[in-house]
Design a protein around this ligand. Structure first.
Ligand code: PRP
Ligand code: URA
Length: 209
């Protein structure tokens, strides 16, 4: 079973509550979604390995720590995942960015893949899939499969709001993928939206309807 972790840092909780409000406009929604992504990535990179390096400060030589080898990539599920990329890159500016294009059929709720472009060495990278919403889990599972098919070996799924149904679906289909959420909400409604959720994340980020 994959690990599922709710990152309940007070700043993350506070900012998520802010953007749940239906009166919040596109500019603020986009800004705060990225801030949450930045805080989440800070939390979930605590286990990155370090190695010793020699550094010469103005006071002389010393041995200090630096990140050891393992390269990273952030992979937004289009569109809404784009709303978390800048926040991640603020902390990991050298990360590569892969893209997985996917939309959910509004009637069947089944995902459809329309675009995949990944760095060539994804087998050597830790991949952070980002998407604000984990609802039925169909999109996340299809994105994970698309990355595995191309050689990915280490995947973490980072979402703002998760529904229990989506967590279960990813845990069952991809037990090797760790899932991180800013919140675990109550349920899905009959239209496949997370309740209380924050509505349609893509529309709120990009000002579409
Ligand atoms: C939303 C969301 C996820 C997906 C979650 O995207 O950003 O990708 O739905 O639902 P699921 O867990 O049931 O698959 P949507 O398909 O609405 O596309 P968008 O990002 O272009 O708005
Ligand atoms: N996609 C969204 O954008 N919101 C939901 O609540 C579910 C899927």
């Amino acid at each position: 079973m994959s690990n599922f972790t709710v990152l309940n840092h007070p700043l993350i909780q506070h900012k998520l509550t802010m953007i749940r409000g239906k009166e919040v406009g596109t500019k603020d929604f986009r800004e705060v979604a990225n801030e949450i992504a930045e805080l989440m990535v800070y939390e979930i990179t605590r286990d990155l390995p370090l190695k010793d390096v020699e550094v010469e400060t103005p006071m002389g030589k010393s041995i200090q720590k630096t990140l050891a080898g393992k390269k990273l990539a952030v992979v937004p599920i289009l569109r809404a995942g784009l709303g978390m990329v800048d926040g991640v890159l603020r902390l990991i500016p050298a990360a590569k960015v892969g893209h997985v294009g996917m939309y959910r059929d509004e009637k069947t709720l089944l995902p459809h893949e329309y675009f995949v472009k990944m760095p060539s060495d994804i087998d050597k990278r830790i991949l952070f899939i980002v998407d604000p919403m984990l609802a039925t889990g169909g999109s996340a599972n299809m994105a994970i499969e698309a990355l595995k098919k191309r050689g990915a070996k280490s995947i973490r799924l980072v979402v703002l709001v998760a529904a229990p149904e989506g967590v279960k679906a990813v845990q069952e289909a991809n037990p090797d993928v760790d899932i991180y959420a800013a919140a675990l909400d109550e349920k899905l409604n009959q239209d496949g939206y997370i309740v209380p959720g924050l509505g349609d994340a893509g529309d709120r980020l990009f000002g579409t309807k």
